[in-house]
Design a protein around this ligand. Structure first.
Ligand code: ARG
Length: 264
């Protein structure tokens, strides 16, 4: 008993110093939302995202950014008792951790695949979506396999896992800043094919394009917070668990993705 008291004393003193000598506060920074979470802008959860990336983030007719990622982060905001603000950002700054490190946003939600390289720079939530890479071509194209793409021009989105996939297969990868520009390049004939996540290529099939392959990569999406922001990370994981158990995840998935989530 005595030993533990003696060990605890310096910790208490340190806590009092950091908290401005108030004996009741903890050394944590001032909180502006439920659960001791500190936000870059009080009263709102700010999310960085990179549209166009339907059905995860895209602009609706009224100019609002909507989609599955937005609906999910809105659930986090609701549980924190705050509103949600979206900030459109380059995917490069989202996946590199820069958007979070510069306090541009509290959270990144952008169909981001959890990878070991990114885990070194971002703290990821539990996974919320399974993804693979897909191959989009003009209807009638016979390109189907990675081998077919050798010597062809392949549009990739900068700093994505699709770019990595194309480079790993020694393809002539032409880099674009977003998915919209990739598809535009396919339309104008600047490239022969587009590589990006399967779920976002689906919507283009109705527009005269064809999805000729699904390359199984076994990717998983996570929501990201600044490294070390455990208060927010815990809140995000709590919300993800809550929406799984109360049916909200299934409702939002079905609304945005168009099918019910598979049981796995
Ligand atoms: N899942 C891929 C990755 O993490 C692509 C994500 C691109 N997301 C976006 N909103 N543009 O690299």
């Amino acid at each position: 008993m005595r030993t533990s008291l003696r060990l605890a004393a310096p910790l208490v003193a340190g806590a009092m110093l950091l908290a401005g000598c108030s004996s009741t506060s903890t050394p944590a920074a001032s909180s502006s939302a439920a659960g001791g979470v500190t936000l870059v802008k009080a009263g709102t959860l700010t999310v960085c995202t990179n549209p166009p990336y339907e059905p995860f983030e895209y602009t609706d007719a009224s100019g609002k950014v909507v989609g599955f990622d937005i609906d999910l982060t809105n659930e986090v905001a609701k549980d924190l008792g705050v509103t949600l603000t979206t900030v459109v950002s380059p995917f490069e700054s989202i996946q590199s951790g820069v958007a979070l490190d510069t306090n541009t946003c509290d959270i990144v939600a952008s169909g981001i695949t959890i990878t070991p390289e990114r885990e070194a720079k971002i703290d990821f939530s539990d996974p919320y979506f399974n993804a693979d890479q897909g191959l989009l071509v003009k209807a009638g194209s016979s390109l189907k396999t990675a081998a077919d793409l050798v010597g062809k021009k392949v549009a990739v989105q900068q700093a994505t896992t699709g770019e990595t996939w194309a480079k790993d297969h020694n393809l002539d990868a032409v880099q674009f800043e977003d998915l919209g520009l990739q598809v535009q390049a396919l339309q104008t004939g600047q490239v022969d094919a587009v590589i990006n996540d399967v779920a976002v290529l689906g919507p283009f099939v109705k527009q005269g394009y064809s999805m000729n392959a699904n390359f199984s990569t076994g990717e998983k999406y996570g929501l990201g917070v600044k490294k070390g922001n455990t208060a927010l990370l815990d809140a995000v994981n709590k919300t993800l668990a809550r929406v799984q158990s109360d049916g909200t995840y299934t409702t939002l998935y079905t609304k945005n993705i168009g099918t019910a989530p598979s049981a796995s």
